[in-house]
Design a protein around this ligand. Structure first.
Ligand code: EPU
Length: 417
């Protein structure tokens, strides 16, 4: 197992380029199931979750060529309708194959994903939506077994905003008979990216990015090429890296408009953020100020940036109140941040962070993807050396993060444990 050794105290300087978005690429890969033929997807991040998605598609009978930034997925030979527990437990987003398999073949058998480190994460709204589209669904032996003739358009009103649920139903409805309206749909940019790709394949989807998405079902989709949007969470993590180290960096390839909620809060904390010719400059103030955040569905403050923002607040002047409103157990990083000497108390879904003058390097353990990022950030700001173990979580979602940070002047290396 690998670990990271971080020697803190270096102010980050220079330029870095953001990779393609993990959370956009995953559903886009899955959507290729809908269109038999060769789909070429570019700006694909090189990540473990992408490899898992490729394994899922291959297990269904697709041929996948390329393990780097351009991936060709030939879905004409898909001949299985089953995604096994082995694959779904490795990455819960694999469950999204259910809708596309059902839409293309009229049947699917997919393992239920179960919970994960950040919460229970049920898929009841995905299943309820598929049933509204006419799927017959049975849960048996830990698997969802679904069948249908052709799915039929319906009005679906989500009880809560769900990114995966919205993506799943958008894919399933693309080739359903008639119109589907998704109400109270999630509005994340990754949903817009998926809708653009589906439309490129011939789907008729309007309103993605708003809370009402209208889908006129078409009889078939054709394979298409697509370039994945930049990863807003990776970009946000670099923004915090600059702020927490007293640095001054330029970030290429990101879309600042996807990160308004984060940028406003960072500006409240005193960070200078400017954008020119598509390049975003992030310059730390002399002293970070404590500000409060509440995670919300997009365009609110992203839960995927909560852990990293908390790391920043650990060294702020004053206190910060952080409420996590999306996942019920997304404070696993707190106990590890305490090992750096942070002052954080948690009550229910609220953490109160009192800024300390200095964090001190420590051996810590990553518990999930974004928690891992927050520990690296704390390590970059801390005195002395930190050792971050269990970084396999990190490899699920950040492409070569240690190399990119080292390129900005951080003292960080990966070693075998
Ligand atoms: N929920 C339900 N029922 C459902 C679906 C969701 O109760 O049927 C609940 C969830 O338990 C959660 C809330 O609704 O409390 C929101 O979950 P959502 O469905 O929006 O999350 P997701 O689609 O499972 C995606 C990202 C997550 C990100 C969330 C929220 C992907 C592959 N994953 O998850 O990303 O945190 O949206 O923005 O897109 C990450 O990248 O580290 C990550 C966890």
């Amino acid at each position: 197992m690998d670990k990271l050794i971080v020697k803190g105290g270096k102010k980050l300087k220079g330029e870095v380029t953001v990779s393609g978005s993990k959370n956009a690429a995953l559903p886009i890969f899955v959507a290729t199931i809908l269109a038999p033929g060769i789909n070429q997807i570019s700006n694909v991040p090189f990540l473990r979750d992408i490899n898992t998605t490729i394994k899922v598609l291959e297990s269904l009978g697709a041929k996948v060529d390329g393990s780097g930034h351009v991936v060709k997925i030939d879905t004409s030979g898909i001949n299985s309708h089953e995604a096994t527990y082995e694959l779904v437990k490795t990455m819960r987003a694999s469950v999204l194959v259910l809708g596309p398999l059902l839409a293309r073949f009229g049947r699917a058998r997919v393992s239920l994903p179960g919970g994960c480190a950040i919460g229970a994460r049920p898929i009841n709204l995905h299943l309820k939506g598929l049933q509204a589209l006419g799927a017959e669904i049975v849960l048996e032996h830990g698997y969802v077994e679904a069948k249908c003739k052709r799915l039929k358009g319906a009005r679906i009103n989500f009880d809560i905003s769900t990114v995966g649920g919205t993506e799943h139903l958008m894919m399933a409805a693309a080739t359903a008979k008639g119109e589907t309206v998704l109400e109270n749909a999630a509005r994340e940019p990754e949903i817009v990216d998926l809708a653009c790709y589906l439309n490129r394949m011939g789907a008729k989807i309007e309103g993605a990015g708003t809370d009402t998405i209208r889908i006129q079902g078409v009889s078939e989709l054709s394979a298409a090429n697509y370039e994945v949007m930049p990863d807003r969470i990776e970009a946000g993590t670099f923004m915090i890296a600059a702020a927490i180290t007293g640095g001054d960096i330029k970030i290429h390839g990101m879309k600042l408009e996807h990160l308004d909620a984060l940028a406003f809060k960072m500006q409240d904390a005193g960070v200078e953020i400017t954008s020119r010719d598509g390049v975003v400059r992030v310059k730390a103030p002399k002293k970070i100020k404590g500000v409060n955040i509440k995670t919300r569905p997009y365009p609110g403050f992203p839960t995927d940036m909560q852990a990293q923002f908390m790391a920043l607040m650990c060294i702020a002047d004053g206190a910060s109140v952080i409420s996590e409103n999306i996942f019920e157990n997304r404070f696993m990083h707190v106990s590890e941040l305490l090992r750096f000497g942070a002052d954080i108390t948690v009550e229910g879904n609220t953490a109160t962070v009192k800024g300390v003058k200095k964090l001190s390097g420590a051996p810590v353990m990553a518990t999930d993807l974004r928690a891992s990022a927050s520990l690296i950030l704390a390590g970059l700001a801390a005195d002395n050396t930190s050792e971050i173990s269990r970084i396999y979580h990190l490899d699920r979602g950040y492409e070569s993060i240690e190399k990119k940070l080292a390129g900005l002047g951080a003292d960080i290396v990966r070693v075998k444990e």
